[in-house]
Design a binder for this molecule. Structure first.
Ligand SMILES: NC(=O)c1ccc[n+]([C@@H]2O[C@H](COP(=O)([O-])OP(=O)(O)OC[C@H]3O[C@@H](n4cnc5c(N)ncnc54)[C@H](O)[C@@H]3O)[C@@H](O)[C@H]2O)c1
Length: 313
């Protein structure tokens, strides 16, 4: 029988929000929850499983990385927190060391699976996983600015009083401080909002800047209030999983290796990528205005510098 198996490594807030969204979308016939805390993973699996009667059958169980054989997609959302006095670089290296162990197990258990990294700093860790794994780079994707772009589209939808699904627009580069809110790509349906009136709303640079700031500060604002972010990233993960598992060829801004796009070479950052069953199958290069292009290059510089500090072996 042909089953679709999804593994989730790290079933804390993000991993479980992803599991919940994947369960509702019925994207997998089996979800395998992997966590250092096996009791927690087992409890989460039991809890989610009981929703089957209402949503439809998805087998959900706790397991180990070794049990992820024949898995089609693995979400990596395992995170380690900052220790008192630990620098960001030390924390990054500790997360890379965790990834190295996970990737080693995944390369043995499911060498053909597409890996979707959500753990932060997502771009640098995706770069590390691309280096650590024996699978083709196209099979390693990071959630990158898919979440930031979703936030942008939601806020633009609010301003123009239009369904955010009718809004397009990209946040590119780092998922973090240097990210580029590319207003030249923002449109309502196919009508750009830059420098013109759309749906009775005039272009207002100050309002656009306020939205950009809200996008950049969204995670901090949410964490200040509830301690973590999980719900929207859960939905983002299941949308990306849908694109991959159903061979949709949908284009999403996700962390990929630039490989010469925009003149950028050995750096992983968010660009709009066409996703199919094999992972990344092509990158779209939007026409950015010069300021955005400069900002994207700066963002790439920040990421390249962080990646160059990693010890990968
Ligand atoms: N990419 C995004 O847009 C985005 C958005 C929100 C959060 N995040 C990131 O996702 C990560 C997880 O966040 P969270 O709120 O779920 O954290 P959390 O602490 O709630 O969960 C992390 C889980 O990972 C598990 N874990 C740690 N090491 C592991 C290992 N080696 N193998 C298996 N499991 C392991 C822990 O036991 C824990 O259950 C963080 O890095 C966070 O910054 C990313």
């Amino acid at each position: 029988m042909d089953i679709t198996r999804i593994g989730i490594i790290g079933v804390g807030q993000v991993g479980m929000a992803a599991a919940y969204s994947l369960f509702h979308r019925r994207l997998a016939s089996e979800l395998v929850l992997v966590d250092l805390d096996l009791d927690r993973a087992t409890g989460e699996a039991m809890d989610l499983l009981h929703g089957q009667a209402l949503v439809g059958r998805t087998a959900v169980r706790a397991g180990s990385v070794d049990e992820l054989t024949d898995t089609d997609l693995v979400v990596i959302s395992a995170g380690v927190g900052q220790r008192p006095g630990e620098s960001r670089l030390d924390l990054l290296q500790r997360n890379v060391d965790v990834m190295a162990v996970i990737v080693d197990g995944l390369d043995r258990a499911c060498p053909d699976a597409v890996l979707l990294v959500a753990t932060n700093p997502v771009d640098v860790l995706t770069h590390a996983v691309q280096e650590l794994s024996a699978r083709p780079r196209e099979r390693v994707i990071g959630t990158g600015t898919a979440l930031d772009s979703a936030r942008l589209r939601s806020l633009v939808g609010e301003r123009y009083d239009v369904d955010p699904q009718s809004v397009h627009g990209l946040v590119l580069g780092e998922h973090g401080d240097s990210e580029v809110v590319a207003w030249s790509t923002v449109s309502v349906n196919a009508t750009p909002v830059l420098d013109r009136e759309v749906l009775g709303v005039a272009w207002d640079p100050a309002a656009a800047e306020a939205i950009s700031t809200r996008v950049r500060r969204a995670a901090a604002e949410i964490i200040e209030r509830k301690g973590y972010t999980n719900l929207a990233i859960g939905v983002v993960i299941s949308s990306l999983a849908d694109a991959v598992l159903n061979d949709r060829r949908a284009v999403h801004p996700v962390t990929v290796r630039a490989d010469g796009r925009f003149g950028l070479t050995d750096v992983s950052l968010s660009l709009p990528a066409r996703l199919d069953r094999t992972g990344v199958r092509g990158i779209v290069e939007p026409d950015l205005v010069p300021d955005e292009l400069d900002a994207l290059r700066r963002s790439a510089g920040v990421l390249a510098e962080a990646a160059s500090s990693l010890r990968l072996g």
